[in-house]
Design a protein around this ligand. Structure first.
Ligand SMILES: Nc1nc2c(ncn2[C@@H]2O[C@H](COP(=O)(O)OP(=O)(O)O)[C@@H](O)[C@H]2O)c(=O)[nH]1
Ligand SMILES: [Mg+2]
Ligand SMILES: [Zn+2]
Length: 293
């Protein structure tokens, strides 16, 4: 049975790439009955009699899946954050980062609109970029952006873009896939947003990188995250947790906490600790039942 990857889903058809050829197929009837939806990015087995007539017969196990955009097996996500307009926010960056850590998706940070900032803002943003790089996250700044280096970094990966409205996601995607001509600077009215969520997602091969042509989440809730899990989504907390006195240390009020020690001696950034605390409070407030033991 041939195997391939779904690269586009449109009006009930799944377009499967297999050894350089794209086949138009439909899902098995049983998928609909069992409420299984094949997703772009899925590796599948399929039957085919011609290029336009085939059936997806089996969905192979997924590494992960996203709802917005609806894509499976995502390797990497580019968090797009503008330096200004809308204002740069490490709080939002951290919110995206923990979500991606949860989904086992490698985050990359791209900071747009660096051409619009003054010297002080430039220095502040560069300090944040350095802090994120120290955690192991790659950071790209728009004024020194080189497409070749960026693509080399993404080599062989399936990539999605996410970030608030107006930060420059469509602008960036258009750089990579000029023939797409995504509308930029659209007003994020309900009408506009509705139109974009109904767009069908497709993967575009740029060199050896697969880029999803629809930007993902502009905001996130923390619905899937448990408070016990949260510290492990901060790599600089996770790699110190074994040094805390208590095995289930929440790094808040416990004595002999390695994370708080690292915060005090400047090895952990204050803004990261503050955001951790704020996410923890949010989870405790929104999911009281889940957290009762
Ligand atoms: N000056 C400047 N403007 C940018 C940059 N990136 C995007 N923009 C502008 O920001 C606005 C919003 O961009 P868009 O791609 O539509 O953002 P999206 O909502 O995230 O898709 C548009 O007017 C873009 O031209 C940048 O690096 N510098
Ligand atoms: Mg856009
Ligand atoms: Zn601790």
């Amino acid at each position: 049975m041939p195997k391939g990857q779904i690269v586009k889903a449109l009006s009930g058809f799944y377009y499967i790439e297999s050894e350089g050829i794209v086949y138009q197929t439909r899902g098995r009837g049983v998928f609909r009955k069992k409420k299984i939806t094949p997703l772009v990015g899925d590796y599948v087995e399929f039957d085919t009699t011609s290029l336009t007539d085939g059936t997806v017969t089996k969905i192979l196990p997924r590494k992960n899946d996203l709802v917005r955009p609806p894509v499976a097996n995502v390797d990497c996500a580019v968090i797009v954050m503008s330096a200004i307009e809308p204002d740069f926010s490490t709080y939002l960056v951290d919110r995206f980062l923990i979500y991606l850590e949860l989904k086992d998706i490698r985050p990359i940070i791209y900071i747009s609109k660096m051409d619009l900032v003054d010297e002080q803002q430039m220095a502040d943003i560069k300090a944040c970029a350095t802090a994120y790089e120290a955690l192991g996250y790659r950071v790209y700044l728009s004024h020194e952006f080189e497409q070749e280096a960026f693509l080399a970094d993404l080599s062989d990966e399936l990539v999605v873009f996410m970030g608030q409205s107006g930060v420059g996601k469509s602008t960036l995607i258009n750089h990579f896939i000029p023939e797409l001509s995504l509308e930029t600077a659209e007003i994020s009215s309900h009408l506009g947003r509705g139109r974009h969520t109904t767009r069908h997602v497709a993967l575009h091969k740029v060199k050896d990188v697969l880029i999803a042509d629809t930007p993902g989440f502009s905001t996130l809730d923390l619905i899937d995250i448990d408070k016990e899990n949260l510290p492990y989504l901060f790599p600089e907390f996770a790699n110190r947790a074994h040094l805390c006195k208590f095995r289930e240390c929440s790094h808040q009020h416990e004595p002999k906490c390695a994370v708080k020690d690292a915060l005090e001696n400047g090895e952990i950034a204050q803004f990261r600790y503050d955001h951790y605390t704020s996410f923890l409070e949010e989870i405790e407030q929104t999911k009281p039942k889940y957290n009762k033991k």
